[in-house]
Design a protein around this ligand. Structure first.
Ligand SMILES: Nc1nc2c(ncn2[C@@H]2O[C@H](COP(=O)(O)OP(=O)(O)OP(=O)(O)O)[C@@H](O)[C@H]2O)c(=O)[nH]1
Ligand SMILES: [Mg+2]
Length: 402
């Protein structure tokens, strides 16, 4: 009898336990679900609606992400993307760099602690490492650029390159050999550096740049959530004398490799509608937040290799900014490119400064009337006005053939 009662009691306790367990499971799974679909501050991101309103000036940078119904669910605030700051820099620029890093930290990274990757064509000194690491809230790593990524490829005549530098001595950096290696490296190699292989996104920083607004959300997560491939703050016109044949070469590439061109694309942003020529618009690459998979893609690499073979990094003075921008124009849709209007940023001599009076007052210290996007030097208004379905690739190539 006692044994029977015990078994009954045992069964009752077991059943009760099972019910309690199920209730707990349901309860906690509900909480988990709630947490994973809510993007709390501070890593929440501004929504696409806000990005769209950027044409007429920044209206707001919300704390929480009003993701539109057809957009991906935000990753939770605690989930980070694999991202880093990448800084190409000389040892002698350490003090200018520390100023910029201080601003990166104070405005953003002290809350997020993203790592820094420093790259140099010469070994970093112990002093550089000590001083840079002291400012960084995230891990730091210091990489040497392999000789084959910072030198002359076999098919380049160094004599012709030297003659070019003499001919171009009156053009900005036209005389400089190291500037050309830098532009070629930033165009086609930095994303291959072993120290960057573990990362999916990069944010380029240079010595001397300034950040004038608090960034209370995570731009890397914003890129990831919205499936963005390229982010910029400033766009301007390039000096035509530095890129006499870049557009011809790019058109030839498109003709030889039509399979790489996206449809739609953002080519309309870079083409002068009357002449069919490059209108010189480009994203200023001293600031970039980008998806490394885009630069590592077959199409981007094919484009870089094509340009590299043509020799214009040395026989002219092709900059990485127009190269990245023409790649964006051919390969990306407008909705894969984002203007970080809310990031107050300065690289001599231009700045990007949010117009919204409340944001400007509460988060920034910059003069919104001086923001370069308001002037004719910038191409940002034109970019924001671009039709997302635009595709003028056929027209561009027809003009080329005729
Ligand atoms: N290690 C190394 N870094 C370089 C060299 N030249 C330029 N850089 C870096 O490459 C980036 C671009 O160079 P900048 O001289 O700033 O070029 P820019 O922005 O076109 O021109 P500025 O108006 O001078 O700023 C910066 O991060 C520099 O620190 C070089 O010879 N060696
Ligand atoms: Mg610079």
């Amino acid at each position: 009898m006692a044994g029977y009662l015990n078994r009954t009691t045992y069964k009752a306790i077991f059943a009760l336990g099972l019910v309690v367990l199920i209730v707990h499971l349901l309860f906690f799974s509900g909480v988990t679900l709630h947490r994973s679909t809510t993007a709390p501050a501070p890593a929440a991101v501004p929504g696409r609606a806000e990005a769209a309103s950027a044409v007429s000036g920044l209206s707001t940078v919300p704390d929480l992400a009003p993701i539109l119904p057809n957009e991906p669910t935000p990753v939770s605030a605690s989930q980070r993307v694999k991202a880093c700051f990448v800084i190409l820099v000389r040892n002698s620029d350490i003090h200018e760099l520390r100023k910029s890093m201080r601003e990166v930290e104070d405005r953003f990274n002290h809350k997020f602690n993203y790592p820094y990757v420093f790259l140099n064509n010469e070994p970093f000194t112990e002093e550089f490492k000590e001083l840079a690491s002291a400012v960084a809230s995230g891990n730091t790593s210091y990489g040497l650029i392999p000789k084959e990524h910072w030198g002359y490829p076999s098919w380049i005549s160094q004599q012709k390159a030297a003659e070019t530098r003499t001919k171009m001595k009156d053009i900005i950096y036209g005389w400089s050999e190291s500037y050309r290696h830098m532009c070629r490296y930033e165009s086609g190699f930095f994303y291959h550096h072993p120290l960057l292989q573990q990362y999916d996104y990069y944010w380029r920083v240079e010595p001397g740049v300034k950040f004038m607004c608090d960034i209370d959300y995570d731009p890397f997560v914003y890129m990831h959530v919205n499936q963005l491939k390229y982010g910029f703050t400033i766009s301007i016109h390039e000096y035509r004398e530095t890129i006499p044949t870049l557009w011809e070469t790019t058109k030839r590439f498109m003709r030889d490799h039509p399979e790489y061109v996206s449809h739609p694309n953002t080519l309309e942003w870079v083409v002068d509608q009357k002449s069919g020529d490059y209108n010189l618009c480009h994203f200023w690459s001293n600031f970039e937040i980008g998806d490394l998979a885009f630069l590592r893609s077959e199409r981007y690499q094919a484009y870089f290799d094509y340009l590299d073979q043509a020799g214009g990094f040395f026989y002219e003075r092709w900059g990485d900014a127009p190269v990245h921008s023409l790649a964006v124009a051919m390969f990306l849709r407008k909705d894969e490119v984002h203007w970080f209007e809310d990031i107050g940023y300065f690289h001599n001599p231009a700045s990007n400064c949010p117009n919204d009076p409340v944001i400007n007052r509460d988060k920034c210290h910059c003069d919104p009337t001086k923001s370069v996007h308001l002037g004719s030097w910038s191409c940002t208004k034109e970019f924001m006005a671009l039709d997302p379905n635009s595709d003028i690739s056929a027209k561009v190539l027809t003009v080329e053939k005729s």
